[in-house]
Design a protein around this ligand. Structure first.
Ligand code: ATP
Length: 239
């Protein structure tokens, strides 16, 4: 479904990502873990078109997409929830979701998986908050609205950049079930996380990034077991 092939990307004269390669298959949950500054957010920005790819390729469903602007990558089925969520804070929850639903409708009915009703089923609290401005919601609630908005764009691949950041442990735990339900709808998930516990419960396998490179790949047979091993956290996250 997604193949990132030896991409290089950065900011101005600074090169951050060097020869980064990874794949995400249909119905797969894949994690990218690594310490602060490893280049995880830069990878997300390169995937969604916010940072140009300087060399290498990004291929989605056998089509090169690394030259496409952000909105055309959305149309290619990549939904992204950035770390800062990027919601329209002064607009209501309903308007934020409606704007996404309208955009998602443009993709036609073939790949449609999510409606406002299915988002409310996934996040029941939203129903009471539909007419509230997004900026009045808690961080956890905003994260869920941001995920709901990304899903209404009807992606078949959802990229989540550190969804656990700033959330209470109870809400972080609930993310595991939410990601499982999203995957249950046939959406692949690429989960960028420093919270290895969450990543291990939500993803089937992982890539480890350090200093802008993928330094290790942990397959499904080792991933869950490896997480119980504290040496993994120490070795990979520098904790
Ligand atoms: P974190 O978890 O702290 O966000 P990360 O793994 O996502 O870390 P990035 O945010 O991608 O890492 O940052 C990787 C490197 O790129 C860092 O050295 C950072 O200083 C640099 N960097 C990030 N944003 C910019 C920018 N706008 N201009 C210049 N350098 C940047």
């Amino acid at each position: 479904m997604l193949s990132v092939e030896t991409i290089t990307a950065g900011y101005g004269a600074i090169t951050v990502l060097r020869d980064v390669s990874l794949t995400v298959g249909a119905n797969e949950g894949v994690a990218v873990i690594g310490p602060n500054g490893a280049g995880k957010s830069t990878l997300v920005r390169a995937l969604c078109g916010l940072n140009p790819v300087r060399s290498g390729r990004i291929v989605k469903d056998n089509r090169e997409i690394h030259g496409l602007p952000a909105h055309r990558r959305t149309a290619a089925g990549i939904g992204v929830v950035l770390e800062n969520r990027r919601l329209f804070g002064e607009l209501t929850v309903r308007t934020n979701l409606d704007l996404a639903a309208r955009e998602g409708d443009k993709r036609g009915s073939a790949g449609r998986r999510f409606s406002l009703d299915s988002i409310l089923a996934l996040f029941p609290f939203i129903e009471q908050r539909l007419d509230a401005p997004v900026e009045l919601l808690s961080g956890g609630e905003q994260q869920m609205v941001a995920i709901g908005r990304a899903l209404l764009l009807q992606p078949d691949l959802l990229v989540l950049d550190e969804p656990s950041t700033g959330l209470a442990p109870k809400i972080v735990k609930s993310l595991v079930g939410i990601i499982a339900r999203i995957r249950g709808e046939g959406v692949s998930v690429l989960l960028i996380e420093q919270n290895v516990q969450l990543a291990s419960e939500a993803a089937d396998r992982a890539y480890v990034m350090k200093l802008g490179r993928v330094v290790d790949e942990i397959g499904p047979e080792n991933w869950r077991g490896a997480v119980k091993d504290e040496s993994l956290t120490r070795a990979y996250l520098g904790a």
